[in-house]
Design a protein around this ligand. Structure first.
Ligand code: GLN
Length: 484
């Protein structure tokens, strides 16, 4: 059953080939059997899952099932889940039982999807390798000595090894696309405002966006259909109708103009990744698309601007973790000041502390103009680059990440080289655009992702392009041998 895509599983449920209880049991067994090797899950909610599966089967027998009713999936541990630990990968929230469900969780629950558990992630979503998690690193199913990418590494590894047919992720600077790329799965970061951020623990509020991670574009479309939509509880969610993302998947690619940014094929890109990406682009050409060279001249400024804006916003968002209201509290505090200092000092890991320090500095009275304001101006330039590009082309394509999965420990002592894992993804968040990663031919036996970037609200177009490619290839169907 686990070899089937989410869409196929949904059809199997609809056709009565198996029940949700059978399907859920199958995936819970796989988690039991394989997750010790991967560490993709922080919490497995077996009992609740089986109860939800029984409800889903009941619902179906009464003729009230929707497309996702009874389909198992995993939630990134950044989404609040009522009465279930919601750790965000941090010691700070290790004991935190959320009192409510995030909107994304609520919507998927309402659709009848079955949550298998909460997936591992970089602490507060800060990282590109899953190594900053309090719960230890996740391992890449294609080579367990390597990282799965981050911060949605647990979701990516779980889907790649088919411990879950699909999972949710969040993407602030690349955290859906980069792990999707390193694990050989499909991931979509929607336009900023498309999916509600309510109940999703905030990292950098002006950049964070939730999206689906699954084997195929068709699967992502089914998930996005349920996840997207206006939410009055999130003031940044946009009041705009949700299209049926699965409806346009078959659209023709004839005459589609694909922009290739010169800056994405320059120094820093590994030869193997470049080869696989160029081969995939040829395939798009063969399907009728036209390749156009373009430039995004301010690309080099995106990482520096991001590493001011994201830490600045996180320093503010994380101030609520104070040891008083919820989460970790140090033992025997001397006074209030000691309680704050030691609770935060002991509850947060090094990368989170580094970001809080940088962010607090960048926002301080004497430096605000020099750093935060300047970064915001660069952000505008980056958005303009994209706006100009989309006058000439319909979609932009290039690599998702500069290289394939690196070894666990390889970059932990060098934060700057770690930050460069997201050079091709970050600008998309700064501009608020939708972006996607789909698996193409591997390089040296490791997965490679092709990134698709669209203009605002063109998720359906990206899914259409990805789906047409996946109809002609089977990279998205591959499962690492150990986990077949
Ligand atoms: N790797 C980037 C960072 O560390 C992006 C993380 C994310 O998208 N959540 O900030």
């Amino acid at each position: 059953m686990h070899r089937k895509s989410l869409a196929e599983l949904a059809r199997g449920l609809a056709g009565g080939e198996f029940s949700s209880v059978e399907l859920t049991t199958h995936f819970l067994d796989r988690i039991e059997r394989f997750d010790e090797r991967l560490n993709a899950f922080i919490t497995v909610t077996g009992e609740q899952a089986l109860a939800a599966a029984r409800r889903a089967d009941e619902r179906r027998s009464q003729g009230e099932a929707g497309p996702l009713t009874g389909v198992p999936l995993a939630q990134k541990d950044i989404f609040n889940t009522r009465d279930i630990r919601t750790s965000c990968g941090s010691r700070m929230l290790d004991n935190f039982l959320a009192p409510f469900n995030a909107t994304v969780v609520e919507k998927l629950d309402a659709a009848g999807a079955v949550m298998l558990g909460k997936t591992n992630m970089d602490e507060f979503a800060m990282g590109s390798s899953n190594e900053t998690s309090y719960y230890g690193p996740v391992r890449n199913p294609w080579d367990t000595e390597r990282v799965p990418g981050g911060s949605s590494g647990g979701s990516a590894a779980a889907v790649a090894a088919r411990l879950a047919p699909a999972a949710t992720g969040t993407d602030t600077g690349g955290s859906i696309r980069q792990p999707a790329s390193l694990c050989g799965i499909t991931g979509l970061k929607p336009t900023y405002g498309r999916v509600s951020r309510w109940g999703m623990i905030a990292f950098a509020s002006s950049l964070d966006q939730a999206g689906p991670m699954a084997a195929s574009a068709e699967d992502c479309a089914l998930l996005l259909n349920q996840m997207a939509g206006f939410d009055e509880r999130d003031s940044t969610s946009v009041e705009r109708e949700v299209e049926d993302y699965a409806a346009g998947l078959e659209g023709s690619l004839e005459g589609v103009r694909i922009g290739l940014p010169r800056e994405f094929f320059a120094e820093g890109l590994s030869a193997g990744v470049e080869q696989s990406v160029r081969d995939a682009l040829k395939q798009f050409e063969a399907m009728g698309a036209r390749l156009v060279d373009i430039s995004l001249p301010n690309s080099a400024l995106s990482a520096p601007a991001y590493y001011v804006v994201a830490p600045a916003e996180c320093s503010s968002n994380l101030s609520r973790m104070d040891g008083v209201r919820f989460g970790y509290r140090c033992e025997n505090p001397r006074d209030l000041e000691d309680l704050y200092k030691r609770s935060r000092g002991e509850g947060f890991g090094d990368e989170v502390k580094r970001r809080i320090l940088i962010g607090t500095y960048a926002l301080s009275a004497g430096y605000y103009d020099a750093y935060y304001l300047k970064a915001q101006k660069i952000r505008r330039l980056i958005s303009q680059d994209f706006a100009e590009a989309f006058q000439q082309v319909d979609v932009i394509m290039g690599p998702t990440a500069p290289d394939t999965a690196f070894r666990i420990g390889e970059k932990t002592d060098d934060p700057l080289s770690m930050y460069l894992s997201d050079v091709y993804t970050i600008a998309v968040n700064l501009a608020g655009l939708p972006g996607m990663s789909i698996p193409v031919a591997p390089a040296d036996g490791l997965p490679v992702g092709l990134q698709l970037i669209g203009d605002y609200w063109t998720e359906a177009r990206l899914l259409n392009l990805a789906h047409r490619y996946q109809q002609q290839t089977d990279w998205h169907r591959q499962i690492p041998g150990e986990f077949e």
